[in-house]
Design a protein around this ligand. Sequence first.
Ligand code: GRF
Length: 203
Amino acid sequence: MKIAIFASGNGSNFQSIAEAINDGQLASEIGFVFCDNSSAFVVERARKLNIPIIVFSPKEFCSKTAYEKEILKHLTENNIQLIVLAGYMRIVGSTLLETFKNRMINIHPSLLPQFPGRYGIKEAFEARVKETGVTIHYVDDGVDTGPIIKQEKVPINDNDTLEMVEAKIHQIEHRLYPEVLDKIISKNKEWLLDGKETSTNQC
Ligand code: GRF
């Protein structure tokens, strides 16, 4: 199954998926990485791994719809069947959501519905909860609100620093995302193949 990975920053989750594919643990192909930030480290990671990377920002377009239609054009041209958000720091709009309904997933560093949004790890740490975690979920039009596919708990110990909690969470993310992708790809092909193509229009 051909996937596209959307990322805005570091790209460590992208890298773990790419490595799982290279190691033969995941029967998938990354058609391209899409990044909305040209200075993000994920751009360098993709180039090093020889994976096509498409970079542009919404600022270059007259509207969010026009921005997403350009993304959609690349998705269609590359026959992408599943969008994998991995640190993509934007709310996905209706243009992409309508075409990729049930075919777009995200990873979030908390036990949703607790601590949605950009600062999921820090907010859990500052709230002094005893456990947080990782959630993989389908994407809908809310912020980290879509149906949950898989969660894994991460304990926060009394002596943990924020950096220690971050490290524990990222370690789990890097294992869990390829695992869940493997399940989706090998067991649930049917629901991923119902997407319809959308033509691109000028704004
Ligand atoms: C991860 O913690 C992910 O859960 C969240 O954004 C972070 C991305 O990290 N959505 P990276 O760019 O993959 O290193």
